[in-house]
Design a protein around this ligand. Sequence first.
Ligand code: F6P
Length: 503
Amino acid sequence: MSTVAQQLRGIFAGGSSTLTGLFEAEPDRVSRMTIEESGIRFDFSKTHLPASMIEKLSTLAIEGGFKEKRDALFAGAHVNVTEDRAAEHSAERGQGAPESVARAQQFHSRMRALIDAIEAEALGPIRHILHVGIGGSALGPKLVIDALGRDAGRYETWVVSNVDGAALEEAFAHCDPAATLLVVASKTFTTTETMLNAASVLAWMQEAGVEDPYGQVIALTASPDKAVAWGVDETRVLPFSESVGGRYSLWSSIGFPIALALGWDAFEAMLEGAASMDRHFRYSELGRNAPVLAAFIDLYYTVVRNAQTRAVFAYDERLRLLPSYLQQLEMESNGKSVTASGEPLDVPSAPITWGGVGTDAQHAVFQLLHQGTHLVPVEFIAAIETDHVLDEAHHRQLLVNCFAQGAALMAGKANPDPARAYSGDRPSTTLLLNAVDPATLGALLAFYEHRVFANAVMLGVNPFDQFGVELGKEIARSIDSDGTERFDASTRALIARAFGAGE
Ligand code: F6P
């Protein structure tokens, strides 16, 4: 068993108290287990981590070289060892090695100049942004624009990721080809789905009589040569560093549609919010460090209590896309079964991240959370302020429900009828945002990035590669190019049934 797992289990060997027992034993539990940072209240008190163990866990982390690894991340060292690269998303927000920060700033200046040109109608009377990308090249912009762009009224934005033509068809129905900016977002500029979708958008423009469709294309990529070879004018290629991972890339040129749709000031405020969380993660003592505490709790549930899952519920319609964003961030980063040095990982790594929106989810999946047999640490995210125009009763009801769920999960309720009894003692964390604004959202997303990193360091995995996604891509390519003979009978039969017996 890995040393960290052994040590973690050792720390918790005596078993831990119930949640209500912890509150009784620790009168100052709420203040000890709550951190206020960058406009967010992180309440970790309704978890099974005794406040008294934080010091031991911090010592364990420090002895395992946590601080050196964190320094290496910010110094631009090659922490992505399997790909021999740095992981420089923080440099995009001004936190990192000076040369990386300077390079990111140059890329941002280029982005800003292009936005100014588009606003001045240098590319024609653009009203629609059609952003084509997938995974990390889509989820971040989609989340942020959906969360903050509802009233922006600058450009109507569509983010299309799925290669299913139905996705583009829907976007086409809302866009005017002559007034559409095609934004092709792909770090590698080779992703099949994105390249096919981009080609189809160009064809749609051509068919509609747009004289120079390529004149309405912007490329966001770490492979600028490929974008130019594909036909994008060099002046409209917005590069970013190879050292910014796809799922960590919304701060880079990949955030272009965010800056265009919401305005440059909003984009900068988002970067500054994230930078504020970077500084907190980088300089705060481990025991009062929100991403680190969250990771300690994650590790307790996965390694010690064998929880296989963690559920995230946004009690805010503006954050409805947060769970799917986090699924990529957490599962693509830490869903590994070997350590960074290739040793088998003998403890569970990332739990399965899933979730939804409150209060909807209460009427769908919360039955299992309250009475099911799985251990599911739950995370609630809510905001004190809202910006909708409806009666404040709506927001009050929303928050009351959020807080009620956390209380109910913890307290439970006895009943002589087992079907009606609630065991309670079910853990949750609450992240209460002051507001859903660019700075706070930036801080929230940076918190999640650093929590993933903190977990990875403790487990010894590399959170910055994703080789697990390659085999399926390779097989899809070979079905198209080399025929089907080498596949299993089931796969051959499915292909034959779908495409005809001649395949
Ligand atoms: O297939 C997974 C993945 O490589 C993600 O890591 C990435 O965010 C996504 O595909 C898109 O890749 P690209 O930006 O290179 O098109």
